[in-house]
Ligand binder design. Structure first.
Ligand SMILES: NC(=O)c1ccc[n+]([C@@H]2O[C@H](COP(=O)([O-])OP(=O)(O)OC[C@H]3O[C@@H](n4cnc5c(N)ncnc54)[C@H](OP(=O)(O)O)[C@@H]3O)[C@@H](O)[C@H]2O)c1
Length: 266
């Protein structure tokens, strides 16, 4: 449960710290994935995001083992494919076998399953958590209304909701809705949804002597939003982790927030 003590983290109820900066692994498989995760652990990431659907859990597990970093210092997330609703335990068993681990730190439902499976699937995740196979459980791509439906049915809201997030998608009200419910917002695709040549980002980057990509990641951290950039490129893997030596002022944060074009998404 103890992750590297010097990394900013969000405290998950009963599950301990989840590092705000993690490493995404979608669209990387085989040796390429193993090498990238190995490099990420070497430069300091202690949070890895995978999913059964990514078909790379085996390589993620190998990279963690080969890194020499103690298992309990790495926060590992995997996800249940919505098509496996009704086969939750079998699916997690198979993820754990592939990872070569006896628990994951966070297990998410990757997308909402069909309507009538919404609550039963969540109940299974809670049961699996109570059995110690996942330290924390949550969801991904859920609306606030769906979070509320799960809490109303079980008394427990998901600990995390992993959703697309980037300056262009910034939605203060949506962030607030998560905070008020005690649900940690974990953002995905920080770069795919960003124009890294936007003058607001390039100006702020120049001011701090960093890159626009580093500004985007720092913006997440300064908002206390979890971010999981993916890269297969060693230099980018390292640069994306090198964001702890500066921080953004309130005025800079406000300018980046202002890049949002999405409006409310609930
Ligand atoms: N729950 C869900 O439904 C869901 C959906 C999507 C993603 N995710 C998770 O979130 C993670 C991140 O999202 P993502 O992979 O969609 O997109 P992303 O991290 O926003 O972007 C990855 C792309 O950005 C490039 N890149 C990385 N660092 C860069 C830098 N410093 N400067 C410029 N370009 C850079 C990468 O290129 P190279 O690899 O060539 O360096 C890659 O093409 C995923 O890997 C996955 O773990 C979850």
């Amino acid at each position: 449960m103890a992750t590297a003590p010097d990394q900013p983290a969000v405290e998950l109820d009963r599950a301990g710290p989840m590092p705000l900066l993690g490493f995404g692994t979608w669209q990387m498989t085989g040796a390429r994935c193993q090498a990238a995760v190995g490099h990420a652990l070497e430069v300091g990431y202690r949070h890895i995001d995978t999913a059964a659907m990514y078909r790379n859990e085996r390589e993620v597990g190998r990279a963690v083992r080969d890194s020499g970093v103690p298992r309990e210092q790495v926060f590992v997330t995997t996800k249940l494919p919505p098509g496996d609703a009704g086969r939750e335990r079998r699916t997690l068993d198979s993820s754990l076998r592939a990872l070569g681990m006896d628990y994951v730190d966070l297990w998410l439902i990757h997308w909402p399953p069909r309507d009538r499976a919404l609550v039963p699937t969540w109940k299974e995740l809670l049961a699996v958590r109570d059995d110690g196979l996942a330290r924390a459980v949550g969801v991904s791509n859920y609306s606030v209304a769906q979070l509320d439906e799960l809490r109303a049915a079980t008394g427990e809201a998901p600990q995390v909701n992993q959703i697309p997030w980037a300056p262009s998608l910034y939605d203060a009200a949506l962030l607030d809705e998560h905070r008020r419910r005690g649900v940690a917002l974990e953002g995905y695709s920080p770069f795919k949804n960003t124009d890294l040549r936007h003058p607001v980002l390039t100006e702020i980057a120049a001011h701090h002597g960093v890159t626009p990509a580093q500004v985007v990641l720092r913006w997440h951290l300064d908002h206390q939003v979890v971010v999981i950039p993916k890269s297969a490129t060693p230099e980018r893997i390292a640069a994306n982790f090198d964001v702890f030596g500066f921080s953004l002022g309130a005025e800079e944060l406000g300018r980046i927030d202002g890049l949002s074009s999405s409006g409310r998404r609930r």
